[in-house]
Design a protein around this ligand. Structure first.
Ligand SMILES: Nc1nc2c(c(=O)[nH]1)N[C@H]1C(S)=C(S)[C@@H](COP(=O)(O)OP(=O)(O)OC[C@H]3O[C@@H](n4cnc5c(N)ncnc54)[C@H](O)[C@@H]3O)O[C@H]1N2
Ligand code: MOO
Length: 412
């Protein structure tokens, strides 16, 4: 986007992309191997050796030359000359014999097939030695050259890039890092400051409230959202009164020590909605204000003076939930150094519903039923937190469309 052009009534996707365009990944650091899970790779991981490191057996059984095997179901036995110990160099395979091998054990030189033991009748060596003999059960297939052997380097060759930059160290990624002893640099955690505006707000654990006071739900919700992102951390959380100067000061202090500032409330048309002006006073550049979405039309997004993401979410609690998932997550992922700011796009079928259409991008709290479809949850507007409490995520319904017409994007 051109600098200074304020987007208004665009789609949430366009708004999120416009903020992401102004952000860069945070710096990187090295952490101990045990601290890697959940972090985002800032450097590629390469294979330090071939995987597997040798031709290995894929089965518990016997390594042999396929041509040495007697016919299945016959009386002839094949001698077992010994055993390959896992993790050790195998003895050579004598002609006309088999070697016992276990899954992952190296295939001895001379063997061209592995036969799983359940296809065989096994006879132990008298006296408890590691030898013995085998013959093929009736109905077992004859050995096939190459079967049940994993070839050296078939997963990866030494020097191959096995993980690119910008992926999160999920359990599967951790498995790969461990297999190759790789510990690439990772992005430091994204530092998130939370600011909750509203004169009516009191602590979430307040036992007694003034008659028209409200417990702050948005602060805990925003903190819980960040707590669910292993590559981000909350660095400060503050409640701010509906006062322009106090809001400016609080945003300025948030910007000093964070990569992202998440705010709730104070972004619509009220006389006491100070967040957009306070952000500007604190040196931020507005990117969007008011979006074609429900809930969350008043959403405000800006870039901080040092490239921070600044996201002003409307005060209604369901708007906060939607704004976190739809607008905040892409910005935080961009800061965290993900290759793609948008998480993978998932689509779900939507159960038949009230067929309501809106001229906006509609995010409906929904629950995945036992039928595998998303069932929109009844709720009384974006101030109703009890109704959506059972939600698994939001179904996105584009402007003018009925929810169940086709599979819909799913924001969990
Ligand atoms: N003239 C207009 N008025 C409103 C519009 C509009 O377009 N024109 N939009 C409405 C929509 S949609 C929303 S959403 C709200 C958002 O307004 P704000 O972001 O300025 O939020 P507040 O006015 O501060 O609060 C709205 C509502 O949410 C409650 N709230 C606020 N913070 C918390 C909190 N931390 N925990 C629990 N509840 C909170 C607050 O008490 C209000 O009830 O504006 C509409 N108005
Ligand atoms: O869109 Mo507001 O965000 O309905 O509650």
């Amino acid at each position: 986007m051109s600098p200074g052009r304020l987007l208004s009534m665009v789609s949430p996707e366009e708004a999120a992309a416009a903020v992401c365009d102004r952000l860069a990944a945070v710096g990187s650091e090295r952490v101990a191997h045990a601290q890697l899970p959940g972090r985002v790779l800032a450097g590629p991981a390469t294979a330090d050796r071939d995987s597997p490191p040798a031709d290995v057996s894929a089965m518990d059984g016997y390594a042999l030359r396929a041509a040495d095997a007697p016919p299945p179901g016959g009386d002839a036995w094949l001698p077992v000359a010994g055993e390959v110990r896992i993790g050790e160099a195998p003895p050579p395979l004598p002609t006309g014999a088999a070697l016992r091998v276990f899954t992952g054990g190296a295939v001895p030189a001379g063997a061209d097939a592995v036969v799983p033991r359940e296809l065989l009748e096994e006879e132990a060596e008298p006296g408890g030695g590691r030898g013995g003999r085998i013959r093929w059960l009736a109905g077992s297939p004859a050995p096939v050259v190459g079967r049940h052997i994993r070839r050296r380097g078939e997963n990866a060759r030494a020097g191959d890039v096995v993980l690119p930059v910008g992926v999160e160290a999920t359990p599967a990624v951790v498995a790969t890092l461990a297999a190759f002893g790789a510990a690439p640099p990772v992005r430091r955690r994204v530092r998130v400051a939370i600011r909750v505006t509203g004169d009516e707000l009191h602590a979430a654990d307040a036992a007694v409230l003034p008659p028209l006071g409200i417990r702050d739900g948005n602060g805990p919700v925003m903190a819980a959202f960040v707590a669910g992102l292993p590559w981000a951390e909350v660095v400060s959380i503050e409640r701010v009164p509906d006062d322009r100067d106090a809001t400016t000061l609080s945003i300025a202090s948030a910007l000093e020590a964070s990569d992202a500032v998440l705010l709730s409330g104070g972004v619509s048309m009220g006389d006491h909605d100070h967040v957009p002006a306070a952000c500007v006073a604190a040196g931020c550049t507005p990117v969007y204000h008011r979006l074609a979405m429900r809930p969350g039309k008043p959403n405000f997004g800006a870039a901080g003076p040092a490239g921070q993401a600044v996201l002003g979410l409307p005060g209604n609690p369901v708007s906060v939930l939607a704004g976190l998932r739809v607008l905040t997550l892409p910005a935080l992922r961009r800061l965290a150094g993900f290759a793609a700011p948008q998480p993978p796009r998932l689509r779900v079928a939507v159960a038949p519903d009230d067929a309501k259409t809106l001229p906006l991008w509609h995010y409906r709290p929904a629950r995945i039923g036992f039928d595998g479809r998303a069932h929109p949850l009844a709720h009384r507007g974006s101030g109703d937190v009890a109704g959506p409490a059972a939600m698994h995520g939001f179904v996105e319904i584009p402007p003018g469309e009925a929810a169940e017409a086709r599979p819909r994007r799913w924001f969990a």
